[in-house]
Every structure is written in structure tokens, then in C-alpha cells.
Design a protein around this ligand. Sequence first.
Ligand code: ADP
Ligand code: MG
Length: 241
Amino acid sequence: MRTEALTVRFGGLSALNSVNFEVQRGEIRAIIGPNGAGKSTFFNCLTGVIGPTSGRILFNGQNIAGLPPNRISQKGIARSYQITNILPNATTLENVRIAAQSRRHAWSMLTHHADFHDIIDKAQAVLESVGLGEKADELAANLSHGEQRNLEIGIALATEPKLLCLDEPTAGMSASETHDTMQLVRRIATDLTILIVEHDMQVVMELAQRITVLHYGEILAEGTPAEIQKNPRVQEVYLKT
Ligand SMILES: Nc1ncnc2c1ncn2[C@@H]1O[C@H](COP(=O)(O)OP(=O)(O)O)[C@@H](O)[C@H]1O
Ligand SMILES: [Mg+2]
């Protein structure tokens, strides 16, 4: 995936200003930056929540900038929200099944009886991959906060994405839950490109192969965790405490 001169203006404010960004398939890339840097706006563009003012988003060679969220989802970009996306009164399995179903055509559900079982199997496999295999029949509302965050990742994975955008997946988690979620992200990253907005520097440094630093809607720096850590401009605006 890459962006070319991606720009989003809200009135006189440039939330993103001519951003040229590129991520390789299978990479885990962290996106960091102070509040208001444009991180959520960037995810909103990639997933079709907002249309950019100008610029292109090239995904598998196609410009997807400005397409609606469902079209972008079908092309293979998914997102887990900072704010929960879960149906609390459905079971853990149902939550994932509904997302998996969104990948299939309604007519094929009617004409191919076997597809229903396919989707249940698929949903169960997704639950195993996010460590919730044992909780399939539990109501989502009864899961712990950490389990709910992992279920959100499961819901995103069920749409069979090629690119997954994670918005602060470890927010509000205990140290041990954070550790488990980091392992989970590493495990699912084999065949998947992951963009992760994360405030916990330890998580970022351990998880990401490369880091992009946004500042006032522009890319301030890009590099490996070690390079970013010792970059004086980054220290000045962001890492300095
Ligand atoms: N829908 C919107 N309308 C107007 N301004 C917005 C909107 N969304 C974001 N902004 C502004 O754009 C800038 C970038 O915001 P955002 O992408 O949320 O930053 P981050 O996620 O890095 O904290 C901020 O100044 C924010 O106030
Ligand atoms: Mg944000």
C-alpha cells in the first residue's frame, strides 16, 4: 500500500499534508505522533470513513481514495476501532461470524447450504487465532476488557484483510494482557500487513519493524525503532519527557 500526496483539509487546517507513505506486504509498521498529528485521519482515509481532499491511496495497484468503507473492506483493508465495535448481547462466535459473513454474497448463503457451516468453521478458526477459542459461546459482554479488545481484532480478521489497521489495540490493558496481544499481533502478521497506532513506546519498539512519525499532518521521520529512538527531531517533538 502506498499513498501519494495524501491531503486532508478541515477548513483551513491541514490534518494531512501531502503524505507519501509506503508499507511493504507482511510488514508491521507503527504510526506514532503527538495528539492531533493526523494518525486517526490517516486511518479514516485508508478505510473510507473520510474521503481525502486530494492525493491517491494505491492498494494492489488500484486507487482506492474516496471509495466507501464497504468497498474498501471488500478490497481487503480492515480496522479495529479505538471505540468498541462489538455486539455485547451476541456470543463471541456470533460476533466473528457476522463479520465473516460480510465477505460472502447473500445469494450464496441461500443457494449453498454448506456455506453456513464453512462460515462457522471459519469464525471458530479466527477465534482460536486471537486466543478466544474457549470463549466461543460466551456473551461478548461477559468477556474481560482485554478479551474484548482481542475480539475486535478477530472481527477485523474475519473479513479476511490483507491490510489491518489497529488503533491503540492495547489501550486499557494490563501488562500481561498487553504482552499477550503483542504475541497475537506477531502471530497474525505472517501473511498480513499491519499498521498500528500505539502510544505505549515499549510496545511500538518491540513490535514494529519500522516506525513512521507524524507531526502536524506530515511525516517527520521514518525508520527502524533504533533509528527513531535516536533521531533528534523526534526526541524534540515527541519522545522528550
Ligand atoms: N472531522 C474533523 N473535523 C475537523 N477537524 C478535524 C476532524 N478530525 C480531525 N480533525 C483535526 O485534524 C487534526 C488531526 O486529528 P487526528 O487525525 O484525530 O489526530 P491524531 O489521531 O493523531 O490525534 C487535529 O487538529 C484535529 O482536531
Ligand atoms: Mg487519534
